[in-house]
Design a protein around this ligand. Structure first.
Ligand code: PLP
Length: 395
């Protein structure tokens, strides 16, 4: 006997993984340089040298027992203090170490937050296009997953559609900005309108409606665009942050949850999140990475490589006649599929070893996602294939 639901999650490989595996096997046949794989959001800029130096220093200088030992489950105080100081210096906020929980990246942090908020019948709203893992995360926490349709073509938040889906059972709205897959950054105006709507609805229903801010891409913005710090706009916000993308550390599993003490039931919610993590087997985040972050929380990525790719690809695709959402953040372009069916487009592109992800799994059919954390050369050499595809679909 086994759990049929978790079996299905394990057995059904995601379309993204399948595409990237296809890319790897094709590379062995036609050569790596002839496969134009835009499927995976794996950071392609190196980890900042200060991070590497911090690891060497820790290994050389720290007592190994202390370095590799268990930490407290909420994380080292020094790490939480360094993160709080960094947030406060950037945003003029008043974050304290006691409001931070050091987790193993955004994915398990989101799971703990959903579990902590999942009272019976609790509904969680995701705004399309959305990160597909939200659905299994919410459902395995015991919540009900609901989707707000996309605000095409700008991919901000469609307030009327969102309002129509808020019920007395709404526990939280998941906000992911900069967004995977659209690359769009929600404007301050959008977020203020969202805050006003949720404040009104919370009052109407007599309980808090939280924002769960999923922010692995917070620092990945371009052309001077900034990601507003949501807790300053809407106090009932729980932030799930990750260093996977900002410091190019996706395999190391380190991030944090911020639960403002002034949020509704802030302290209780913090403890409920710690308890949910505990119930899922969380012991502590990797000790060595906590100590690295204590020294490196102030570092920002050098985005020059992503920015060069972004400009070249966006401009190149527009010149071929494609339409895409304005890519202000993350490392994704979300492109309208010529012919209207992104699965058909993706399948035909695959025949030319051009790998793009149909938007269906992100709750947004008709668009495809392109991850531009790849080499510049790949972009340059793939543009003629995108052009060919456009010509084929325009016939
Ligand atoms: N949320 C979004 C929107 C993501 O794109 C990802 C990873 O790609 C995650 C969460 C999970 O990130 P982490 O590596 O921090 O678990």
């Amino acid at each position: 006997m086994y759990n049929a639901q978790t079996y299905l999650l394990g057995a059904n490989r995601s379309c993204i993984r399948e595409l990237s595996e296809f890319g790897r096997s094709r590379a062995q046949v036609v050569g790596r340089e002839n496969v134009f794989d835009y499927s995976l959001g794996n950071p392609s800029i190196p980890t900042p040298p200060q991070v590497t130096e911090a690891i060497y220093r820790l290994l050389a200088e720290m007592d190994p027992q202390q370095l590799h030992g268990y930490t407290t489950s909420v994380g080292d105080f020094e790490t939480r203090k360094a993160i709080a100081d960094d947030l406060n210096s950037r945003y003029g906020s008043a974050v304290s170490p006691e409001e931070l929980f050091i987790g193993c990246g955004a994915a398990p942090e989101l799971c703990a937050v959903f579990k902590a908020l999942a009272v019976p019948g609790a509904e969680f709203l995701a705004i399309a296009p959305y990160f597909p893992e939200y659905k299994p995360f919410v459902e395995s926490a015991g919540g009900v997953f609901k989707v707000v349709p996309p605000d095409v073509p700008d991919f901000q938040i469609p307030m009327d559609a969102l309002e129509a889906r808020i019920t007395p059972n709404t526990a939280a709205v998941i906000v992911n900005s900069p967004n995977n897959p659209s690359g769009v950054v929600y404007t301050e105006e959008t977020l203020r309108a969202l805050a006003a709507l949720l404040t009104e609805k919370a009052k109407q229903y007599g309980h808090a409606i939280y924002i769960v801010a999923d922010e692995p891409y917070r620092e990945l913005t371009y052309d001077g665009v900034v990601t507003p710090f949501l807790p300053l706009i809407y106090p009932d916000t729980v932030v799930c942050y990750s260093y996977s993308k900002s410091l190019s550390l996706p395999g190391e599993r380190i991030g944090y949850v911020y639960v403002p003490k002034d949020a509704c039931d802030g302290r209780e919610l913090y403890l409920a999140i710690a308890g949910a993590a505990r119930a899922s087997g969380h012991v502590c985040a990797p000790s060595i990475w906590q100590k690295v972050i204590a020294k490196c929380a102030h570092l920002r990525p050098d985005l020059a490589v992503y920015d060069k790719n972004r400009r070249a690809l966006y401009q190149g695709l527009l010149e071929c006649g494609y339409e895409a959402a304005k890519p202000d953040g993350a490392f994704y372009l979300f492109v309208k599929a010529p012919g209207g069916d992104a699965r058909v487009f993706s399948d035909r592109a695959k025949e030319k070893d051009l790998l793009v992800v149909p938007g269906d799994g992100f709750g947004c059919p008709g668009y495809f996602r392109v991850c531009y954390c790849v080499s510049y050369d790949q972009i340059r050499r793939s543009l003629p294939i995108f052009k060919l595809m456009m010509e084929e679909f325009s016939r």
